[in-house]
Design a binder for this molecule. Structure first.
Ligand code: SF4
Length: 213
């Protein structure tokens, strides 16, 4: 047994029991050992020519999925390809897209998705609108329960995203949530997806590599 095998087993078992709980909550779970596997899975789940939108995400960039969406095979509602005054329209069009792609801030071992948003377009589209939602999630975002999900967002995800987005918030100085009232606050709406009314509408690809914050 090589030295990395014990950790591989721990990671795979973590993903396995989380996937089982997601399925119990009527979401479809997939396991992608690598980034490349995740990208291929997304490609299989996206019919060519479909309309697609996405939430801002480091994970989607790191996994090469943004490049896939811009390949010309899809009608991609790309907020980065339009002038600032048209961004809001592109975000609203996402509700009518065939498919919505995003990551999650945390996924619990109980099979719940935990997300915190600034203007809430991402959590809104995840919740209702697009016929299919694909979440790509690195194993580093799996946490035991909702309490740990809150801690993960306050201590890791939100401060890191605030830095990435050049926000003037206290967490970009202290590196942890200060529960600010800043106009730049990125944590305004919290949504927990516990179970899906439409089975399989949300698909969660759990990746065996660290991805995003
Ligand atoms: S509430 Fe404010 S301080 Fe806390 S993580 Fe969000 S943006 Fe940062």
């Amino acid at each position: 047994m090589t030295n990395h095998q014990p950790m591989a087993l721990v990671r795979e078992k973590l993903i396995e029991r989380t996937a089982k709980k997601l399925e119990e909550n009527h979401m479809t779970a997939y396991y992608a050992p690598t980034l490349e596997d995740a990208r291929k899975l997304v490609q299989e789940l996206l019919p060519k020519g479909c309309t697609v939108a996405c939430g801002g995400s480091m994970t989607l960039s790191e996994a090469g999925i943004m490049d896939l969406l811009r390949s010309g095979d899809y009608e991609f509602y790309d907020r980065e390809a339009v002038p600032q005054e048209e961004v809001d329209l592109v975000l609203r069009k996402a509700f009518f897209a065939d498919c919505y792609l995003t990551s999650c801030n945390a996924v619990t071992e109980q099979g719940e998705l935990y997300n915190v948003d600034g203007n809430a377009n991402r959590v809104a589209a995840m919740t209702y609108g697009p016929k299919s939602v694909i979440c790509v999630v690195g194993y580093n975002k799996i946490v035991p329960d909702l309490e740990a999900a809150v801690a993960r967002v306050e201590q890791v995800a939100a401060p890191a995203n605030a830095v990435r987005l050049h926000r003037k918030t206290p967490c970009t100085v202290t590196g942890r949530c200060e529960d600010c009232h800043s106009p730049d606050r990125i944590c305004c709406t919290t949504v927990i997806h516990r179970q899906q009314r439409v089975p399989g509408r949300i698909k969660v690809i759990l990746v065996g590599e660290e991805l995003g914050y």
